[in-house]
Design a protein around this ligand. Sequence first.
Ligand code: HEM
Ligand SMILES: [Cu+2]
Length: 673
Amino acid sequence: MAIIEEPLALDSGQAVVAERPLGVLTRPQAGNGWRDWLSSVDHKRIGIMYGVAAMFFFLVGGFEALLIRTQLAFPEQGFLSPQLYNEIYTMHGITMVFLFIMPLAAAFANYLIPLQIGARDVAFPRLNALSFWVWLSGAVFLNSTWLVGGGGADCGWFCYSPNSGVTFSPSHGVDFYAIGLLIAGIASLVSSVNLIVTVLNMRAPGMTLFRMPVLTWMLLVTQFLLAFALPVITVALFLLLFDRVFDSQFFDPEAGADPLLWQHLFWIFGHPEVYIIILPSFGIISEIIPTFSRKPIFGYSFMVFSGIAIGFMGWGVWAHHMFVSGIGPISVLAFSLSTMFIAVPTGVKILNWLATMWGGKLKFTTAMLFAVGTVAMFTIGGLSGVTHALAPADTQQTDTYYIVAHFHYVIFGGGVMGLMAGSYFWWPKIFGHMLNETRGKIHFWISMVGLNLTFGPMHVLGLQGMSRRIDTYSEGFGFAFWNLMATIGSYIIAVSVAYFIYNALRSRKEARDLPNPGPDPWDARSLEWMVPSPTPEHNFDVIPTVESQDEWWHRKYGFDEDHNVIRIATVEEAAQKGDAEGVHLPSPSFWPLVLAVGMPLIGYGIIFNLWLCVLGGLLTGGAIYAWALEPVDDPDAGHGHGDGHDDHSDPDDAPDDDGDAVAAGADDSAGDA
Ligand code: HEM
Ligand SMILES: [Cu+2]
């Protein structure tokens, strides 16, 4: 009988070895029914669920954007009342940032990090499931304000006080904002810790930190930003909630409090937040551009260190959002300088992407088009960002459509386009079929036209003096033409999103008559392309041993004596085959979902009736208790043999030729927190 020795538990800190029967998995393969998805703790399924939910909220936020643009298409329109207009742009901003772009990046992080580092799952799979369900319950709670809260939050996505107090925002909209973001924040915080531990602890033998793909590095920096930024906004939201629900006076100027405290707290979180949004896209295109330039990334270390530098410097610029809030000339000068400095590491990245393409054999697949589009559009946004750093210029630009143009070029042009590039690139790995390339290219060009026609004119409107957050404007101000162009552009973006969904559904249908694209349809560079498409539940038959950066590429290609690139192995030969028997994977569980359902109940209780808090508390507490006692299907799990094998493999201890480092595999049966 074949015996495989495998570490069972990570978070107990004590590796336990158990003997396993034959067969790939020690438990039944997960089915595809709704119960299998609701109880799944598989990082790939959690990634897919993040992706689908995020795309749904993209449609919600996109619909809100179309309402805004329809109102502003012509002067003096009354299509939306001023109050409803305030609610819609506020909810648009919140939905797009917290319920679309952050979870879509989380989709890629969850699906790809374990694969790129050579692991079978994240460190704490059930905790990972919890993050998803808690985030989703927070998202649903937040949007339920339209039904039971008397309308959406109406104080803008950064909800400055005293605007956000009960005096100026009497409906429950802002209560839903505060509690909804608190719940979603818990999810992101837990997920960030999980992914940090995964990257630092679960790497395959030989996968040293500086052999990791740039994407994994950028996602690691993003998780650290989340781990440090979320506590700041959490404190601010609690203070806001206490002021609104329990009459405290943290932001009440009449009680001697300083409303600027909210601005400082919000932007100490809010500026790192913009890097939390953009770094995943930077990482994604750093995988795509080398693949379709047929060259390794230019300046790998510079790419990694510039990302780390952005991660650190991003904490020292927050008050550039407050140049006209009365923070005083010294602060304005200091934050103006620090903001200019942060352009340097960002510029390094742009130059390295261009240098990677320079002299390469460029292949313009849809993924590559979106990646190049990301570089171009982000650069436009970055340049207007530099103009904001100049405080005197910002005094003119702040709170105008020039700012709205800037952050949409950065977030949509950089963030969304980058994530779209990633969708086309990893679609075959995730779903086992390609997205149609012809339709993909049409999707790309419609997006580019829509994006530039929507947000380009906003630069002009802003410099003409059009303020943001106004529900209408007068005929005589000269804003009509560019507003109409921007509205036409936003409808073109809507067409591009509908066309993407059409391409996804149509490609899935056509795939039935097409051959499987195989493990490596793009001839790419990192480990995820070594496994079949779609990725099997256990990821790797055998945990790979890594000997270089771009490990997968180096298994397929070598150099002849003249240093020309030569193929040395086919995909089949290069893939580290082995008898995948007795792979132990974490068992499904419903408790993360049950626990997550308790949280919004507590939220409704705080707003409407404290008995609901009791019910929610019982559900959450009960789920935690049941989860801790949940019997695992593995009789051996937890009853370790305690043989002193106290460490799963140390990736930095690159394997010597007898390969005795046992590969790290995710395991939660015993002690998943
Ligand atoms: C899909 C195309 C989109 C269109 C047409 C659009 C349009 C707009 C417009 C016109 C405003 C200004 C509203 C005003 O000041 O009165 C706005 C605000 C905003 N948008 Fe978008 N947007 C889009 C996508 C996005 C995306 C993808 C994100 C982020 C991921 C985003 C985040 C924001 C934020 C944070 C605000 C500020 C809201 C506030 O002032 O409180 N938007 N959007
Ligand atoms: Cu900022």
